[in-house]
Ligand binder design. Structure first.
Ligand code: A3P
Length: 287
């Protein structure tokens, strides 16, 4: 198995890449000032980060797709934790729309004293696992995942980049009763993108007409995003991605884990899920 080097920062595993530095993590956690009109999409990897990025940048532009078609996604909705894009975040004309994979304990502390809005997207972790497995084959700073069984064991024990899915979800669920925190699922987006857009706009205080919402829905669809080179990851440089081994816009389905996990693997997953999610009162579509 190839081994891309990882490091652990305050208990969470990150890939060793120029994107992540301990100095920047400390700056983000302790010094970065969230503004009241900030909007942050927080997502555990492979759970719909880019989809939400596209949706939010379309909503920010009242459904007009010009920005989404002309500016690369990670400049439209930059990652807070990525060191090289610090200036893009700091120079962003308000309202800033940003993205993050950070677990709650590493997120800017200033959020707790601000009215900044967070949209937290969760996905059926079995689909996340499968998506992560295939993406790990292509993204060069992620470890080669080995077999599905190898990766399943690592995912369940939290020994994967960005840390444990269970800790991420449980950490962020602590915010669920805050008025500036919105939690929803990838599955809800799949089932009813229109209704989800209306709920998200209401949360953001954005009044879009039904035509503008229709435009968001159309331009954030899997088919449209797949062909948008500003959003489909095809512009990631070869230094970071082996495009012959995988792609971001892979299947875009809910429940397709059934094609990839054996019954025994699914049962193993369920046992750990039940144990680790004990005490969680929120019910998800896959529960
Ligand atoms: P699959 O690998 O299951 O296809 P992230 O953006 O967090 O890295 O998540 C990537 C996953 O989101 C991929 O899942 C990708 O296909 C899916 N995705 C991206 N855009 C989507 C869209 N517009 N509609 C549905 N799924 C989308």
């Amino acid at each position: 198995m190839l081994s891309a080097p990882y490091f652990t920062h305050k208990g969470t595993v990150f890939p060793e890449t120029a994107l992540y530095t301990v100095d920047h993590f400390n700056y983000v956690e302790n010094e970065f000032q969230m503004l009241d009109d900030d909007v942050v999409s927080v997502v555990y990897p492979k759970s719909g980060t880019h989809w939400m990025g596209e949706i939010l940048s379309l909503i920010r532009q009242d459904g007009d797709p010009t920005w989404a078609r002309s500016v690369i996604l990670w400049d439209r909705i930059p990652w807070i934790e990525n060191a090289p894009t610090k200036d893009i975040v700091l120079n962003y004309a308000p309202p800033r729309f940003m993205s993050s994979h950070l677990p709650f304990q590493l997120f800017p502390k200033s959020f707790l004293h601000s009215k900044a809005k967070i949209i937290y997207t969760v996905r059926n972790p079995k689909d996340t696992l499968v998506s992560f497995y295939y993406f790990s084959k292509a993204l060069k700073f992620l470890k080669d995942p080995g077999t599905m069984q190898d990766f399943l064991e690592e995912f369940l024990s939290g020994d994967v980049a960005y840390g444990s899915w269970f800790d991420h979800v449980k950490g962020w669920l602590a915010m669920k009763d805050k008025p500036n925190f919105f939690i929803h699922t990838y599955e809800e987006l799949q089932q009813d993108l229109q209704g989800s857009m209306e709920r998200i706009c209401r949360f953001l205080g954005k009044e879009l007409t039904s035509q503008q919402i229709d435009s968001v829905v159309e331009n954030a669809s899997f088919e449209t995003m797949k062909d948008n080179k500003m959003s489909n990851f095809t512009q990631v440089v070869d230094e970071y991605m082996d495009h012959s081994k995988g792609k971001l816009m892979r299947e875009g389905k809910s429940g397709s884990w059934k094609k990839y996990l054996t019954v025994a693997q699914s049962e193993q997953f369920d046992r750990v899920y039940k144990e680790k999610m004990r005490g969680v009162t929120v019910t998800f579509p896959w529960d």
